[in-house]
Design a protein around this ligand. Structure first.
Ligand code: MN
Length: 492
């Protein structure tokens, strides 16, 4: 990896100055000096002084304009584990808030990917850390991103292990936390090491499709910007983004490798102040270029189940070029890029988004903690969490997320064990369906309960997907069996 000198403490402070107070800057400087002293003499495998690592991780978060308190903890994150300096000393110097984040990171430890059991252990640790303080995960992701960037200095075996762990554990969690930007970085940095051949193939496809189009795209972007501005709308930002390589790879797999079917290789993002401006802007864009049928998506009035909001449209640009536009407000943009981290992100005016209750994250962590503590079948859990998730709704509109392929029975057990056990039928989108029907994203699911039903059917094990449902069905079978045994065995 290149040794850039653009990751100094001076430049970090300069970045922070744009949104942090002078008191904050002072804490950052103190944290840097403290970590620098503690790591004195330590050298990374790359040959650089150790402090370059926490400093680089801090830069990643400062680029995202994350809360300075989190950045101070990032600078200190390896001190207790790797140096003589203790957590108590950190607490004495920096207070409990920063110390508790450092403690969370230290507890995660140097996670090692070694077989399923370690894997599950890692997941369990991460859920606990996440439940205690989501900020710990934000730091952990920055830490991992820098480790991936400097992976070349490690032996190939280790490179593969770390990249695989990032791809299979870290990226899905970042995704679940809505942290798109970090998810994308983790995936693309790992992709190269885990699937080197596919990586170069996909990169070639993308480069070929984009070759020579920069000027054309710039023209389209400029044109859109001018027209929107002429209509009296303030364009806060407009920029192009290339589709990330790993997500292009996954999409190509879904589209039978037909690159021609991929329309969002390049997207132009338009950030305008209000929702009304979003709708006005899409109208203006459609006046300039013809939209592709069926590709206009209103995720503002109907957000994606994960909360994603934006207007999307794909148009035929100059000389038939196909371009996707994504139109959103600054708030929508922050949520889309930073997810949970948006709540620790400072905007242009140095203020933060209102700290909403990140309820589902807590719920997720709670549920996983419970399941993992009662762990009986490691494989099932692993599959459960890392599978692609779908989001379905209760008739009241509550969102339930389940793994792909889940059925109404999985849904019923997710709501309550009793509902699962007494489940007798199901309606999807107001139509009666059989209990083994696969649920699809956005389905509204209603469970029909038979109060007199005593036990779930053992047949349900043939199609249920979640660990929760399967373990409860098995448990009910067991208690049925013991009940029956009790009734037939002679009383002693
Ligand atoms: Mn580290």
């Amino acid at each position: 990896m290149s040794k850039k000198n653009n990751q100094t403490i001076e430049l970090l402070l300069k970045k922070l100055k744009k949104y942090a107070s002078n008191d904050d800057l002072e804490i950052i400087e103190l944290a840097y000096d403290f970590a620098d002293t503690a790591h004195k003499g330590q050298i990374r495998k790359s040959g650089e002084p150790y402090i370059t690592h926490p400093l680089a991780a801090a830069h990643i978060l400062a680029n995202m304009r994350i809360d300075p308190v989190v950045i101070a903890a990032t600078l200190l994150h390896d001190v207790p584990e790797d140096t003589e300096t203790t957590l108590q000393e950190i607490e004495k110097n920096f207070g409990t808030e920063i110390a508790s984040m450092v403690k969370g990171i230290t507890k995660l430890g140097k996670l090692k990917y070694r077989g399923v059991e370690r894997y599950i252990e890692n997941l369990r640790k991460m859920f606990v850390a996440m439940a205690e303080d989501v900020r710990v995960m934000i730091i952990k992701f920055a830490d991992r991103i820098h480790n991936l960037r400097t992976l070349d200095s490690l032996p190939p075996q280790k490179q593969y292990r770390i990249a695989l762990e990032s791809l299979e554990i870290y990226a899905p969690i970042a995704n679940r936390l809505g942290m798109n930007e970090m998810k994308g970085k983790l995936e693309d940095l790992s992709f190269k090491y885990v699937y080197p051949k596919e990586y170069s193939r996909v990169k070639k496809i993308r480069d070929e499709k984009l070759r020579g189009k920069e000027i054309l795209l710039k023209k389209i972007q400029k044109n859109a910007e001018n027209e929107i501005k002429d209509a009296g709308i303030d364009v806060i930002d407009i920029h192009g983004r290339n589709k990330r390589l790993f997500s292009l790879y996954k999409k190509l797999l879904r589209k039978d490798n037909q690159a021609a079917k991929i329309y969002d290789l390049v997207a132009i993002r338009v950030i305008v102040p209000t929702i009304a401006d979003c709708y006005a802007s899409i109208g203006i864009i459609h006046k300039i270029w013809r939209p592709l049928k069926g590709r206009i998506k209103d995720y503002i009035s109907q957000p994606k189940p994960n909360g994603y909001k934006s207007l999307h449209t794909t148009v035929f640009g100059e000389s038939g070029e196909i371009v996707e536009f994504q139109i959103r407000t600054p708030e929508m943009h922050e949520e889309a890029e930073y997810g949970v981290a948006a709540h620790w992100h400072y905007d242009e005016n140095g203020s933060r988004l209102p700290s909403k209750e990140v309820k589902w994250v807590k719920e997720l962590a709670e549920v996983q903690k419970e399941i993992l503590s009662k762990l009986s079948d490691l494989e099932e859990i692993k599959i459960d969490f890392l599978q692609t998730r779908i989001f379905v709704f209760t008739p009241k509109g509550d969102v339930i997320d389940l793994p792909e392929g889940a059925t109404p029975v999985d849904f019923a057990y997710h709501i309550h064990t009793d509902i699962g056990n007494k489940c007798n039928g199901a309606m999807i989108n107001e139509k009666m369906v059989s209990l083994n029907t696969e649920l699809k994203n956005g389905d509204v699911v209603e469970i029909i309960v038979d109060k007199n039903r005593k036990n779930p059917s053992v047949d349900w094990l043939k199609f249920t997907k979640t660990h929760t449902a399967r373990s409860r069905i098995k448990a009910a079978q067991k208690s049925k069996l013991t009940g029956w045994l009790k009734s037939v065995l002679p009383k002693s």
